[in-house]
Design a protein around this ligand. Structure first.
Ligand code: HEM
Length: 262
């Protein structure tokens, strides 16, 4: 048995692919994403800045903090997509709770294992040999379907004039293929949300991680390079009063921001 039901990412059926594009396309349109902006900002840049500001405030000199920006971008993206997809605020970046990241990881591992070695789909593997991995996927999927049930309950209690929540979950529930008028089942909505978490988190966070890295090599900046024990440390004066100090370490990249006195 395959891990997920056929979905946007994995289907090889052209009809289903067309139908799913018809259903999901409008969700990713700019106009619709604009409505989701408050959730995106709260789980995204606002949460990130609060965390980094707090780290700076709690540092020894009150000016400098060392942070792993790669991990922080990753958790931030998990938070954005799971807040939008599961209909409630997720703040793993602040709490350090990496359960969703762990579920995404297990799901990816299972998906690849099943694709390469189909025997991993058998009951022997599912029930015994790699049960912990399957349990994580099941828990992940259950959270997705529970979120849909909860949302449907909320919708049934809406009074006339009340507006529906504006997030990925609602868009997926309402999504309709313009040609066939077919909507997605709860299982399909949960599957597409899980897909969004797998497809959208590392892509977005890796893209974001290029920003500080690329900006190091922009000409016309005041760069100071020094190499110490495998660590490339670069400092740059960005604007008056703000000193951005970036370290690219062997095992990850760390960003520290020093706010200079005016
Ligand atoms: C900078 C961030 C992102 C990059 C670089 C990126 C890159 C890509 C690429 C290269 C593809 C394959 C396109 C193709 O084969 O035609 C793809 C497909 C996809 N991406 Fe992204 N992506 C990003 C963000 C996201 C986000 C945030 C989501 C969802 C929340 C997402 C969901 C998907 C889905 C569902 C597909 C499959 C679409 C299809 O088969 O038609 N991606 N992405």
């Amino acid at each position: 048995m395959g891990l997920m039901e056929p979905n946007m990412f994995l289907t090889v059926d052209p009809e289903l692919n067309k139908q799913r594009r018809g259903q999901l396309g409008p969700t990713m349109g700019l106009a619709n994403l604009k409505h989701m902006e408050p959730i995106i900002m709260a789980a995204g840049s606002k949460q990130l800045c609060s965390k980094w500001d707090r780290a700076i405030g709690q540092s020894k000199d009150g000016k400098t903090a060392k942070l792993c920006y790669h991990t922080d971008f990753m958790l931030m993206n998990f938070d954005i997509i799971s807040s939008l997809g599961f209909g409630q605020a997720h703040r793993s970046l602040t709490s350090g709770d990496t359960q969703i990241a762990d579920w995404v990881h297990s799901t990816c591992v299972l998906m690849y294992m099943q694709a390469i070695i189909p025997i991993f789909k058998s009951k022997l593997f599912r029930r015994f040999l790699i049960k912990p991995l399957y349990d994580k996927y099941d828990a992940f999927f259950a959270v997705g379907t529970q979120a849909i049930e909860k949302r449907k309950q909320l919708l049934s209690n809406l009074k006339p004039g009340d507006s529906k929540p504006k997030d990925l979950l609602q868009s997926y529930i309402d999504a309709e293929d313009p040609e066939s008028r077919i909507r997605m089942t709860s299982g399909q909505v949960a599957t597409e949300t899980i897909n969004g978490l797998m497809a959208g988190s590392d892509t977005s966070s890796n893209t974001l991680a290029w920003l500080p890295e690329d900006s190091l090599f922009m000409p016309g900046r005041n760069w100071i390079f020094c190499e110490q024990a495998g660590i490339l440390e670069v400092s740059v004066v960005v604007f008056v009063g703000v000193h951005l100090r970036v370290c690219i370490a062997k095992w990850g990249a760390c960003l520290s921001i020093i706010t200079m006195p005016p």
